[in-house]
Design a protein around this ligand. Sequence first.
Ligand code: OOG
Ligand code: NI
Length: 270
Amino acid sequence: MSPTYFFNELWNQYTAKTPSAEKIKSILEAEGNKVYNDHIAIRTFNDPRVHIDVIAKPFIAMGYEPKGEYHFEAKKLFAKHFEHKNDTNAPKIFISQLLLEEFSEEIRKTIIDILDQTDQSVFKQDDLILKGRVWNKPSLKIYQNLLSVSEYAAWMYVNGFCSNHFTIDVNKLKTFENLSQVNDFLKSNGFTMNSSGGEIKGSPTLLLEQSSILADAVEIEFEEGYKEITSCYYEFAFRYPNADGNLYSGFIAGSADKIFESTDMVLQDR
Ligand code: OOG
Ligand code: NI
């Protein structure tokens, strides 16, 4: 699978359920910018059939290697980020997983049952992350049960495997000097920022500043009927050089913790 095909396909599927991303990209282009992608992110469960290393496989085959590791105790998540070995323009990949053993027997069983009821061959396919929700039509009852313990688990149950955001590389935008100018531009165009932990997460000292819009929402068909559920969001990242003069290429757990909340239905007031 060629990297170009893979990333184009990820983008097409992402924008199909995140119309805001397509709109933001085009209004930035209309201002005279070329839009580059800093990173994408993928969510999963730590079940051996779909854990981080399974999701990472196609990226490893493309020449990516594991870099940083991040722990999110309260959210019961663990994440790794991957960078391409020699192509410095290749987007970074951030993959997180829900730590099933940290949940009750009942929740653990609910998630394992969902995976058990899915055609097992799909988990072995290289393009699993192009497949979205690979299990049956969701049940609102299960969704709400998962939501009561983990927003991430509930989101994953409905959205499945995909890129949950692309990230604009703000350093490469011609008409903006910093992240707060980008945020002001987005707000003046009617987009709502995720303000959990402040609109800008991180700082120049931490070498990374990030912001994101709140996720779009799409109508989902549940067994019990239709309901609007958050889909994906767009992120904006500005990186500062470290001591060796290269731009910092990692992530910041304290900031990521708040960026995850861009899909939170409560922040959406829905
Ligand atoms: C990932 C959130 C973290 C970042 O850049 O720190 C993140 C997610 O929502 O799955 O993307
Ligand atoms: Ni991100």
